[in-house]
Design a protein. Sequence first.
Lengths: 113, 113
Amino acid sequence: DSGVTQTPKHLITATGQRVTLRCSPRSGDLSVYWYQQSLDQGLQFLIQYYNGEERAKGNILERFSAQQFPDLHSELNLSSLELGDSALYFCASSVSGMGEKLFFGSGTQLSVL
Amino acid sequence: AQSVTQLDSQVPVFEEAPVELRCNYSSSVSVYLFWYVQYPNQGLQLLLKYLSGSTLVKGINGFEAEFNKSQTSFHLRKPSVHISDTAEYFCAVSEGSQGNLIFGKGTKLSVKP
């Protein structure tokens, strides 16, 4: 158990809908990362937050947004969903967010039908 | 921009045989290098990391990797694999003090009896 909690584990929805994925980092970790894993693209970095502030942005679509709350949990919002958004979404956390080990959650499997 | 290339998408090997999983990276600055393992239906776990110092890094489960700056490589090795090593292995890089990791597309290691 990595200590990073992601909910829900599975999500099935329809095209055009909006969903929210939730992540609770390990106790004491200030930085949260979101990754998307798909068969064709592999593991793609989406976005990183540190203590509530956005620190780095990767290949995140404009239809996607995220935030980190004062209690350090994070949410990834995916809107106007398309079939191609079906993927496994991972959250990871680390202590300071600077070149160190990331602890990964078990992921949320999103299926867009 | 950073990138990571894992040269083999699949590596089949017999139990107790040695294995090498290849990883090359490109970056214009100093980097930190990581190998993560993903077992079926699980998140990623850190195998080992190179931050500085000795170029030969030892990790968990008997794995080791060697950082070669001139060849920009960070190949993962194990002298004798077990059935339980069957998993997908990801090489990753982060630049300097940045926390987000850029992952390769992964290598599926399949250990046969």
